[in-house]
Design a protein around this ligand. Structure first.
Ligand code: NAD
Length: 495
């Protein structure tokens, strides 16, 4: 049995049966049987379940929020905005757009004009979704929904810390009439997740870099596709012409929302020297005003609390100064903390902290800020604050990060039309838009011959005449004169 503990009170609130790894093959077999029926429905038919699930969520908001808050300790407003609101929007988005994203495409060949070409998006089969505890509803639904509407059967393995929300996801779809076993939730530890990798046809994993690498290695044994949404150490750059008030507000919210347990939270801040003092002053003032239980909750797991304490201790030992916070309180609470005099020798600037800590560093130029921002193994999100939006855009191009916000932070996750995901060790693959949907399919190319000749010129038997004819064709098609007249300027010969 999994014991579910409320991180705010420390009380056990439920016990949930574990599905051991040995039971996973049977669950996958059931899913495979359900897949046979589900894949035959049209996208429009599948979309109806998504709309119905959205209605269910709207009607059961309070119950969902209570479940999420009880398991994670997060403030109600955050469960409402970042989980319930997001999931409603996601369901509607994919219900509305999937037909367009998954429609068969006709490609017209530039060369073989005697062929018609179609690209068909086929579902993978049984998709395993392995999700973390920090946004248990959003990050489970975030993959379950596109995987389902693409025609897959899905098995969700929620985090061992948040199984109740995982079971709720299954219940929503059951209560709106989804055929049995098209979506199953299996609760358990890492070994249950690993067994999914051994038996499913594709995996969507959200979690830490360390586990993501294990999942990728295991998936490589079977060469199944894996989506990896991993950790981050997201930089915020504040240039000297920035709107200091907006930047300070963004910094405090971006670093501390969900008590800093957000993969794309602001984890380190670089501020140009002329506004550094004023920026730090405002950030500290704003942190002082935060209320426990309203804006700030506990860490969700004891392990997370240990990491935060270790990073702060390491920073202080190496010369960092605490301007506010810095200590654990009762239970799993840690005071929202602002650190200065930090540098890249400290864990707090290099490793994912995933807690309520804002380390701020003074920089003397844009180049220095950029160099420090890119000095990381991660590349999930970043933000730049400047009144010169063109400069912000320019800087964004040079930041090695899957997502960059200019004068904003985290908001990109709510823009479902745009791809979301990481570079470097922050992951592989993309959520949202057509990218988030098509990764749960394999594109199948179907070529249809148009004219039905008895044979193609390059089929057997080969002959001298045809060989000469093809060689002449190559000269005619690709000879320099033609290329210069009709082709792209970049293909002209170098002089
Ligand atoms: P985790 O890696 O410890 O666990 C994630 C999931 O993997 C859990 O369900 C766990 O049971 C399962 N698991 C553990 N070992 C496994 C194995 N060997 N094989 C298969 N599954 C296994 O991560 P966590 O602590 O739950 O989540 C926090 C991490 O997730 C942070 O690093 C955070 O940055 C990251 N995250 C990333 C994103 C993103 O979109 N990039 C979003 C949220 C969280």
């Amino acid at each position: 049995m999994l014991k579910v503990v409320n991180p705010t009170t420390g009380q056990q609130i439920a016990e949930v049966p574990i599905t051991p790894p040995q039971a996973v093959p049977e669950a996958v077999r059931r899913a495979r049987a359900a897949f046979q029926h589900w894949k035959k429905l049209s996208v429009a038919q599948r979309a109806r379940y998504l709309y119905a699930a959205r209605d269910w969520i709207v009607d059961h908001q309070d119950e969902i929020i209570e479940t999420i808050c009880a398991e994670t300790g997060k403030p109600r407003t955050e469960a409402l905005v970042a989980e319930v609101f997001y999931c409603c929007d996601l369901l509607g988005f994919y219900a509305k757009n999937s037909e367009r994203y998954l429609r068969d495409e006709i490609r017209s060949p530039h060369l073989l004009k005697t062929k018609r070409v179609f690209v068909i998006y086929q579902p993978l089969g049984v998709v395993g979704v392995i999700s973390p505890w920090n946004y248990p509803f959003t990050l489970a639904m975030g993959d379950v929904v596109p995987a389902l509407i693409a025609g897959n059967a899905v098995i969700l393995k929620p985090s061992e810390y948040t199984p109740l929300t995982g079971l709720l996801v299954e219940r929503i779809f059951r209560e709106v009439g989804l055929t049995e076993n098209v979506l199953q939730t299996l609760c358990g530890y890492g070994d249950t997740g690993a067994a999914l990798v051994d038996h499913c046809d594709g995996i969507a994993f959200t979690g830490s870099v360390a586990t993501g690498k294990k999942v990728a290695e295991r998936a490589a044994q079977r060469l199944i596709p894996v989506l990896l949404e991993l950790g981050g150490k997201d930089p915020m750059i504040v240039l000297k012409d920035a709107d200091i008030e907006r930047a300070a507000n963004a910094c405090v919210w971006g670093a501390l929302t969900n008590t800093g347990q957000t993969c794309m939270s602001v984890e380190r801040v670089y501020v140009e020297a002329p506004i550094y003092d004023e920026f730090v002053k405002r950030v500290v003032e704003k942190v002082k005003e935060l209320r426990t239980g309203v804006e700030i909750g506990p860490l969700t797991t004891p392990r997370q609390l240990e990491i935060v304490e270790r990073h702060v201790r390491d920073a202080v030992e190496k010369g960092a100064q605490i301007l506010i916070g810095g200590k654990r309180r009762e239970g799993l609470f840690f005071e929202p903390t602002v650190l200065v005099n930090v540098d890249h020798s400290m864990q707090i600037m290099r490793e994912e902290t995933f807690g309520p800590v804002i380390p701020i560093m003074r920089v003397n130029s844009i180049e220095e800020a950029l160099q420090l921002a890119n000095d990381s193994i991660y590349g999930l999100s970043a933000s730049v604050f400047t009144k010169d939006k063109r400069l912000g855009m320019q800087l964004a191009r040079h930041i090695e990060s899957g997502n960059v916000c200019v004068n904003d932070c985290i908001t990109n996750f709510a823009i479902l039309e745009a791809p979301y995901g990481g570079v470097k060790q922050s992951g592989l693959g993309r959520r949202h838009g057509e990218w988030g949907l098509r990764q749960f399919t394999w594109p199948q190319t179907v070529v249809v011959d148009r004219f039905g000749l008895k044979r193609e010129v390059f089929w057997y038997p080969y002959s001298e005449k045809v060989t000469r004819w093809i060689a002449r064709g190559i000269r005619w098609l690709y000879r320099r004169g033609l290329r210069e007249r009709f082709s792209h300027p970049h293909s002209r010969p170098l002089t």
